[in-house]
Design a protein around this ligand. Structure first.
Ligand code: FAS
Ligand code: PHB
Length: 391
């Protein structure tokens, strides 16, 4: 098999890159380890930044998003039983975010790719990258019992944090940064109408809580929990009781309860691999960076990376120029670190740190008070939340 760009991974990064390349008549094949059913079933992110929504519309993946996505013009922050709203349009020249589940984005992008050339090879096992330092790299894999070699000009490593791409780069060339947080998120999907239209981020002595949604019938909720949390210790009764306690805001808000469809635990870490390029291998999305989901940045960062990578690949194939390819790391990392900073800021602002001193907690309250009352503080949150421009 031969292609111009071999893409490893059919998550948001890989699928978005494939659609962008298609628009520029650049041939690509996606190799995905898991089945299509598994990829479509993963419940993850929920908030699309302004630039990500614009990108999806620009590549023809915005129809259902336009119909079913929920535009949001602000978020509420609750602390000490008080609710304060951060308005987006008035602080960001009219920008907002859209709530639309990551699995819906993936579904729309898979449909587009299959309509076009169908070159998403699901259940590609034992994917290995070869000769990434040469001008003729290749990818070997096994699929349905057949050993295959895919030769290509470039490889896009869009295979997430646990993928094979980053591991293919020589260890002594990797420049890594990591911060692991002393807590995790217990994520819940409930068959219950959202009790208000906008998201609520809540700082509470028992721990952080987040109220979000997926549709007029489905509420998405998160509770700060122990990193090694045992789900057996979270029966539905305890989940709802804790959510009501942590989201109490004295304004009559009360969650609607319903059947809990999903419960899972997401560990919290900040991670950056600054080596986003090695030879003909380019990393994009979670293969290069992880953010704690408090800033709703993960999926959106992946979109920013692949927009920059696509523009660089198009310049190479159209004119032979390698300038944008050579600048890929620096261009992508500027936005990556800005999102890492905001995600760390929101995580530090809103979570109960097990080893927190009374002074640290007093500073958290002072920060919460400042960033939700001063215009400068609210603007800082608003402009980062709706999304900084792509590179
Ligand atoms: P992904 O991990 O989505 O996709 C990588 C793909 O590569 C997968 O399909 C995988 O099967 C495939 N793959 C892996 N190894 C391979 C191999 N060796 N060969 C072939 N294929 C391989 N972000 C938010 O903004 N908000 C959230 O609330 C949020 N919640 C999250 C919850 C969880 C449990 C996780 C893990 C992440 C969450 N994120 C959240 C972040 C998430 O949305 C990511 O940022 C987003 O999926 C990044 O997309 P990709 O870079 O495409 O990586
Ligand atoms: C979600 O709806 O899944 C969501 C929203 C905001 C976040 C994280 C997750 O910060």
């Amino acid at each position: 098999m031969k292609t111009q760009v071999a893409i490893i991974g059919a998550g948001p990064a890989g699928l978005l890159l494939a659609q962008l390349l298609r628009q520029n008549a650049i041939d690509c094949v996606i190799l995905e380890a898991r089945s299509e059913e598994y990829v479509l079933s993963r419940i993850r992110a929920g908030v699309l930044e302004h630039p990500t929504v614009e990108l999806l519309h620009s590549i023809g993946a915005g129809d259902r998003l336009g119909r079913e996505g929920l535009p949001h013009e602000g978020v509420d922050i609750v602390f000490r039983g008080e609710k304060r709203r951060i308005d987006f349009p008035s602080l960001t020249d009219g920008k907002k975010v859209t709530v639309y589940g990551q699995q819906e984005v993936v579904k729309d992008l898979i449909a587009l790719k299959k309509d076009f050339d169908g070159q998403i090879l699901f259940e590609a096992e034992n994917v290995q990258l070869h000769d990434i330092e040469s001008d003729s790299p290749s990818v070997s894999f096994t699929r349905h019992g057949e050993d295959v070699v895919l030769t290509c000009d470039f490889i896009a490593g869009c295979d997430g944090f646990h993928g094979v791409s980053r591991q293919t780069i020589p260890q002594d060339r990797l420049k890594l940064f990591e911060k692991v947080y002393p807590f995790a998120w217990l994520g819940l999907l409930a068959e219950a109408a959202p009790a208000q239209d906008e998201l609520i981020y809540s700082y509470h002595q028992n721990g952080f809580a987040l109220f979000s949604m997926r549709s007029p019938e489905v509420t998405r909720l998160y509770l700060q929990c122990h990193p090694e949390e045992n789900l057996d210790e979270w029966p539905d009764e305890r989940v709802w009781s804790e959510l009501h306690t942590r989201l109490e805001s004295g304004d009559g808000f009360r969650l609607n309860e319903g059947k809990i469809l999903r419960k899972d635990v997401t560990p919290m870490r900040s991670f950056v691999c600054e080596t986003m390029r090695h030879g003909r291998l380019f990393l994009a999305g979670d293969s290069a960076h992880i953010v704690p989901p408090t800033g709703a940045k993960g999926l959106n960062l992946a979109a920013g990376d692949v927009k920059v990578l696509n523009d660089a690949l198009v310049a190479f194939f159209k004119s032979g120029s390698t300038d944008l390819l050579d600048a890929y790391e620096a261009t992508a990392l500027k936005r990556v670190w800005a999102a890492e900073r905001f995600s760390w800021f929101m995580t530090r602002l809103l979570h109960k740190f097990p080893d927190g001193e009374p002074f640290d907690e007093a500073i958290q309250i002072a920060d919460l008070d400042y960033f939700t009352s001063s215009e400068a503080g609210r603007k800082t949150i608003a402009e980062n939340y709706v999304g900084l421009p792509f590179g």
